[in-house]
Structure formats: structure tokens, C-alpha cells
Design a protein around this ligand. Structure first.
Ligand code: SAH
Length: 398
């Protein structure tokens, strides 16, 4: 029998777990020294050894692991994993049926009942992302479920935890038939090139699907579009196909240029009619202002933290400045798509950053729309941090 470790929960945290909070945080546990090897099953108990929850040990950011069940009689075994994954897939049936979208998330960590694991589906390929060594120890069980489902081309994986260099020459392939990359996936009819074997990021962030669709269908037509922190230019592609007069994509990373050319090309768009600029966004704002350039639609999608040679940017501190820089080059009645994936603050706070930027420039605005995670990124209602994506579409009024 496998030995289960009892973790004692501090009195002031007992209420959290009674309310089904899924993350086992360091500060909630009185005896973290009892933890030995990642992947071990644990029981959360109160001071009188009463059961509160069961889960696994796996270090991830501020957590020591995740609660998998609040039911003392439920076993954490192959059947548990199978049930969770099948339930999750059943919630995504509408995505499987939609032929115009072939890439979506089928399992979203704690939102689907197993923190630390996500599974994305890319047109017949599975991508597993493991966020701790602990959850990685359940790999065989997860793969077994996918094998039983059958009918996939290949499985790839990302180990998003410190592997201490152990997997240096790994190309993330797990099993099936090795593919040539890129594969071309579809999203609402638009093509995107995806690489499952080339580092942490695959070429597209699936969580922005609804925002790309909004830009494509509602906001781009006849507009001069500026896409900042553009990465592979996915927003620019959506805008261009949505009828934008021209798109300008700006990203600091050198490879963003060839990646963006590729995304335009797989959609038959002449990239030479678009601007793709490798530059620090903050320098670009200055340049555009000096040249008196104006844009009708500006997408702001910075990473939570960014450090370049000249600037340090943190969404929590500098978002108002980003709005101010944008307002200096925004056309009359121009629109800003303001996005952040920073989990440390909520929508209300984010809107206050946007408001501050406008107020300081003495510009009035109205909010047109708000977006959060799409429905395939299922969230756990007892874990707000999991609901990280916040997008506000605002229009300058004058
Ligand atoms: N908006 C993109 C994803 C952005 S990922 C999409 O929807 O696909 C964040 C990007 O910001 C990365 O590509 C990174 O290279 C870029 N970046 C970070 N700091 C930057 C800076 N100061 N100027 C320009 N780009 C920056």
C-alpha cells in the first residue's frame, strides 16, 4: 500500500479547504517537512486529524501541490484520472464538432479537477503541459487515458518545471508518429502555423481565441491596426483578414519577424503589404509619436513582466503608462484592445489602470466589450487566480 502523508492545515486556513480551495499553499501547512518526494499522495487534515481533502505533492509557484478530491472515500487512481479527463472532453464536444476550429484546450488544470496539468488539442495532436515534477509522476496514467480514446497522431509535452538540465536535448515528443512542423491548425476559419517541438511557446495562445474573433469580425475593417507585443502576429492576421487597411506588428524578439511572415503566408496574405517591426515597443511609441503616426485600432498584450535593455515593465505598475503612450498615437474615435494575463489582480483593478491612463491624458472613453477566458479554458470557481485573462475593448470618445 502506498503511504499517504498527513499535512496539518493551520487553523485559519481550514475554512479555505472546507470551501474547496484547490491549491495547497505553503503558508497553510504546519508540517511541510513531512513532504518527501514529489508525486506522493497527501491528506490535508485539521488539528484533530479530521480529513479535509486529498491531493498530491508538487511544487509550483506558491503552491506545494493541489487538492484532487474533497471526498475521503474517493481513490486517486487510474479511474480517477480517466473520469476527470473524459468529463473534461465531454464539456468540449461543441469544439470537436466545429470544423472551422481545430485547436482548443481539452483539460485546464484545476478548472477540470487536476491542478498542474493542461492538455491542448491541435488538429489530432495532443500537447501535455506538466507544471511540477509531482504531476509529471502521473504521466503514465494520463497517457493511458489518451491511448484508450485512440485516434491521435502524436502526443507532445512541455515540462514547465525545473528539470535541472536533465531533458536538454528533448524535443518534447512522447509517442505516436513524429510530425513535420509546422502543422497548420484552424481557428474560426483562419490558419495558424503551430510548432509543438520548439520551446515553451507553440506559435499561438489559444486563450485569446474570442478576442481574435472579435477583432476579425467587428473591429478591423478599414482600420490602421497596431499590434504591440505581437509575438507571431496572430492578432495582426485576424485583423488583416477582417479587412484592416494595414497592420503593424511590433515585438522585441528577433524571431517574431519570420514567425509573423509565416502566419501571414499560411493565410495567403502578402506580408510585404504589412509592417513587421523588431523593436522595443516603448521605443516604437516614441518613434511613432515623433513621426505623427496615427492608428485606429491598437492591441496591447504585454507579458506580466518584461525586461528589455532599457525598460522594465510590470502590468501591475505600468499599464496606465502603456495606455498613455497609446493615446498619443490613437486616431479620433480610436479603439484600444487592452489585455493582460496577470493573475495577481482582477478585472476591477485592471479597469482602474485603464481609467488612470485616460484620466491623466484628459481623454474620455467608453468601454465597448470585455473578455475573459474562452469556455475551453474551464475555471475553478473556488480559485480566482485561475481566471487570469482580462481583456477590455475601449473607444476614445471625441
Ligand atoms: N500578443 C501575442 C502574445 C504576446 S507574448 C499573441 O497574441 O500571440 C509577449 C511578447 O512580448 C513576446 O513575444 C515578447 O518577445 C514581447 N515583448 C516583451 N517585452 C517587449 C518589449 N519591451 N517590446 C516589444 N516586445 C516585447
Amino acid at each position: 500500500m502506498t503511504q499517504i502523508i498527513d499535512l496539518k492545515v493551520r487553523p485559519d486556513y481550514i475554512g479555505h479547504y472546507k470551501n474547496k480551495y484547490p491549491l495547497i499553499t505553503k503558508d497553510a501547512i504546519m508540517n511541510p517537512e513531512a513532504l518527501s518526494k514529489e508525486g506522493k499522495l497527501i491528506h490535508l487534515v485539521d488539528g484533530n486529524s479530521n480529513f479535509l481533502g486529498k491531493g498530491y505533492y508538487g511544487k509550483q509557484n506558491k503552491g506545494l501541490g493541489w487538492v484532487l478530491s474533497f471526498d475521503e472515500s474517493e481513490k486517486i487512481d487510474s479511474i480517477f484520472f480517466k473520469n476527470k479527463i473524459l468529463t473534461a472532453i465531454n464539456k468540449r464536444l461543441s469544439y470537436y464538432k466545429d470544423e472551422s476550429t481545430t485547436a482548443f484546450r481539452i483539460f485546464n488544470g484545476e478548472g477540470d479537477g487536476i491542478g498542474g496539468l493542461t492538455i491542448d488539442y491541435f488538429d489530432g495532436y495532443y500537447l501535455l503541459s506538466w507544471y511540477s515534477e509531482g504531476i509529471y509522476s502521473f504521466k503514465e496514467k494520463v497517457i493511458h487515458v489518451l491511448d484508450e480514446l485512440g485516434d491521435y497522431k502524436a502526443i507532445y509535452e512541455k515540462k514547465r518545471f525545473d528539470t535541472k538540465g536533465q531533458y536538454m536535448d528533448d524535443d518534447d515528443f512522447v509517442k505516436g508518429e513524429r510530425s513535420e512542423f509546422p502543422i497548420i491548425i484552424k481557428e474560426n476559419g483562419i490558419n495558424y502555423a503551430v510548432y509543438l517541438n520548439d520551446g515553451a511557446m507553440v506559435g499561438i495562445f489559444l486563450d485569446q481565441r474570442d478576442v481574435r474573433q472579435a477583432i476579425h469580425e467587428k473591429y478591423a475593417k478599414g482600420k490602421q491596426v497596431l499590434n504591440t507585443f505581437s509575438y507571431t502576429g496572430a492578432f495582426s492576421v485576424a485583423a488583416s483578414l477582417g479587412g484592416a487597411t494595414k497592420t503593424t506588428s511590433v515585438d522585441l524578439a528577433k524571431r517574431s519577424k519570420s514567425k509573423t511572415i509565416e502566419q501571414f503566408s499560411v493565410n495567403g496574405i502578402d506580408f510585404e503589404q504589412q509592417d513587421i517591426i523588431v523593436m522595443d515597443v516603448f521605443d516604437y511609441f516614441k518613434y511613432a509619436k515623433r513621426k505623427e503616426m496615427k492608428f485606429d485600432l491598437v492591441v496591447l498584450d504585454p507579458p506580466s513582466f518584461a525586461r528589455s535593455k532599457k525598460h522594465t515593465f510590470s502590468t501591475a505598475k505600468n499599464y496606465p503608462d502603456l495606455i498613455k503612450d497609446t493615446l498619443a498615437i490613437l486616431e479620433k474615435n480610436g479603439i484600444i484592445v487592452a489585455s493582460t494575463n496577470n493573475a495577481s489582480f482582477g478585472m476591477k483593478k485592471f479597469k482602474s489602470f485603464i481609467d488612470k491612463g485616460f484620466k491623466e491624458m484628459k481623454v474620455t472613453y467608453k468601454i465597448l466589450e470585455e473578455y475573459s477566458l474562452p469556455t475551453d479554458f474551464q475555471v475553478n470557481r473556488n480559485f480566482n487566480q485561475g481566471n487570469y485573462l482580462k481583456v477590455v475593448i475601449v473607444q476614445k470618445v471625441n
